[in-house]
Design a binder for this molecule. Structure first.
Ligand code: AMP
Length: 599
């Protein structure tokens, strides 16, 4: 039996020596946040001094903050597009980074409708791995005994492509799951997952999910935590169970895998664990056939201590649904990361979702913060950026990063609020992502994209002499998968005898036209993952948007400044819109999507 040690760190007593080392590392990094940041910046600037990008700004070999801040501009993805395109086309010269770009990580943020391409270098995998290695020691401070069971995590890879110059382009988690860091990870009793690696690596999302769920069921009594990266992923898994429990139970009763699972390595991966088990099959049938899904997580996996899933930011909309399915289990949001860079972790992972703050680890990159009031003003060049250790509690900032892989003063687009400090390192609440109107899972649709989609679709109304006079939208997550709902008020010139109400078939085509006009992340979720449902247009009767304005004015909005909100979430307004609906329409088919980039 392991002897419990009580070695105190600023975070609490470490469970064992290995944890102690990691917790001490967090202590050291957070206590010396400013010094670590200074060192990180000097390292990034000195190793990349000869890159074309830094040469352009005449740093003259300087690696100090003052020179960096005076000479290097703050940039967005669009500013870097020429350099990124050259790297994608095969230019191997040191453009952004002195170290070879090993691949591109495709972000769920898009530019001109396509995923952004984030350059990365090999050693970034080690940095990400380091951040992952801190999560368990922190969790062990709050939940003991995780080494006595397993984790049921639903992990998926997405498709990958090659750029014209031959570099791989894929999401950061796909890159991680396919890396030796993940595939050949040493046995760790605290991180035994039920999903076989071949199932995680299977690109067919049905086969992958099926086998991950099957293994979760086979190990149901050993499962101590259930999770996915984001809340939407976990809900997709629950939905999968609702749809496929019959087949899963049949396989478990027979001890043989459904012929729908065709990938040989996936089939092999369950050969040893799938044995006829009629008792378990009967249990699954009894629980699932009632049609009662409240608390299904704890009924299926009764020893689950918490859900490991991100429910901050856009994912907060799923908290009530997850509470319903899990019977109110705690939800642990453990880390904050992106394709550009992994940022940090939650040092109190068992806190309530509304209280989650992430501590940015100062060793991951060089971090700066653009005060939000200045960001709103527009024309700032970066002189006003605040360093990590100097942000102020209560203030909101936009995150700006300088990475080892060659992004310099890059605006990530996340808005964070400082809640407190741990040692000398600030802790941040994730407030929102800039310019995101609609999001169901990793998709991020902004106002301009929605506007373009409405314009495209409304072209189909021309022969009917009808126009969209007003519109708004809502990300509906009442059913899983969630879907976009767009409310349209139409003007049909019926009185002049010229126009007619468009037919249901045309309205269906309008839904599809909107989907075709949305970005590739949206379409991939629709087509490859099935994680977003068909787009819906709800036609509201004439005058509805005027009523909306009246309502806003009655609540204090200024009549001169009133603008139609392009997305609504406030329940009374949704109720008002829904009570005026005259017809509803859905996309009749899937939009087009291919893993290959359009640009
Ligand atoms: P991607 O570029 O696709 O890798 O997505 C990264 C983005 O996801 C971040 O910039 C955030 O906007 C969002 N994100 C990542 N982790 C979290 C988190 N823990 N809470 C809220 N949003 C997050």
């Amino acid at each position: 039996m392991a002897v419990e040690t009580t070695t105190y760190t600023s975070l609490g007593p470490a469970a064992d020596e290995r944890d102690e080392e990691k917790l001490r590392f967090i202590d050291e990094m957070t206590a010396n946040a400013d010094a670590v940041q200074k060192k990180v910046l000097a390292e990034i600037l000195s190793r990349n001094a000869e890159t074309e990008y830094l040469q352009r700004y005449n740093l003259g070999g300087a690696t100090d903050r003052a020179t960096f801040k005076a000479k290097i501009p703050m940039v967005t993805y669009e500013d870097l597009q020429p350099e990124i395109q050259r790297i994608a086309n095969g230019d191997r010269s040191p453009i952004l980074s002195a170290y070879p770009i090993s691949e591109f990580l495709t972000s769920s943020g898009t530019s001109a409708g396509e995923r952004k391409l984030m350059p990365t270098i090999k050693e970034e995998l080690d940095r990400r791995q380091l951040l992952y290695s801190l999560l368990t020691p922190v969790m062990n401070l709050y939940v003991r005994g995780l080494d006595k069971g397993k984790a049921l995590y639903f992990y998926f890879v997405k498709s990958e492509t090659r750029t014209p110059g031959g570099l791989l382009a894929r999401p950061v988690l796909t890159s991680y799951y396919k890396s030796e860091h993940f595939k050949s990870r040493p046995y760790d009793p605290y991180n035994v997952i039920t999903s076989p690696t071949p199932a995680i690596l299977c690109a067919d999302s049905f086969q992958s999910m099926y086998v991950q769920m099957l293994c979760g069921l086979l190990h149901r009594l050993q499962v101590l935590r259930v999770g996915a990266v984001f809340a939407s992923g976990l809900l997709r898994a629950i939905r999968f169970l609702q749809l496929h429990w019959g087949e899963l139970a049949r396989d478990i009763a027979a001890g043989s895998l459904s012929p729908k699972i065709t990938d040989p390595s996936v089939r092999d991966s369950v050969a040893d664990v799938l044995k006829p088990n009629t008792e378990l099959a009967e249990f699954i049938r009894a629980e699932c056939s009632t049609g009662e899904w409240a608390g299904i997580v704890t009924r299926m996996w009764p020893n689950t201590k918490y859900l490991d899933v991100i429910v901050t930011g856009a994912m907060a909309q799923y908290i009530p649904t997850l509470e319903y399915y899990s019977g109110g289990l705690p939800m642990a949001c453990t880390m904050y990361a992106s394709s550009e860079c992994y940022f940090g972790l939650n040092l109190r992972p068992m806190c309530k979702p509304s209280e989650v703050s992430y501590t940015i680890m100062p060793n991951m990159a060089y971090f700066e913060f653009l005060p939000l009031d200045l960001a709103a003003g527009g024309a700032c060049q970066g002189e006003e950026l605040v360093d990590l250790a100097r942000v102020e509690v209560g203030k909101e900032y936009e995150l700006v990063i300088t990475t080892y892989a060659g992004l310099y003063r890059y605006r990530v687009g996340d808005i964070l609020r400082v809640t407190s400090f741990h040692n000398a390192a600030p802790q941040f609440r994730f407030v929102r992502r800039k310019n995101v109107l609609l999001s169901i899972e990793s998709d991020k649709t902004d106002e301009a994209e929605l506007q373009k989609a409405v314009e495209r679709a409304s072209e189909l109304l021309e022969p009917w002499n009808a126009t969209v006079v007003e519109y708004t939208s809502h990300a509906s997550t009442k059913s899983i998968p969630g879907h976009y709902v767009v409310y349209w008020e139409l003007l049909v010139k019926e009185s002049t005898g010229e126009g007619r109400m468009p037919s249901g078939e045309v309205m269906g085509r309008c839904c599809l036209a909107m989907e075709e006009a949305l970005n590739s992340v949206y379409r991939q979720s629709r087509v490859a993952d099935g994680s977003i449902g068909a787009l819906e247009i709800r036609v509201v009767r004439g005058g509805t948007f005027e009523e909306l304005m009246d309502y806003a004015i009655s609540r204090g909005a200024s009549i001169n400044q009133y603008k139609v909100p392009r997305c609504v979430n406030f329940p009374p307004i949704l109720d008002l819109l829904d009570s005026r609906v005259v017809s509803t329409h859905f996309s009749p088919t899937l939009p087009t999507w291919s893993p290959h980039r359009a640009t």
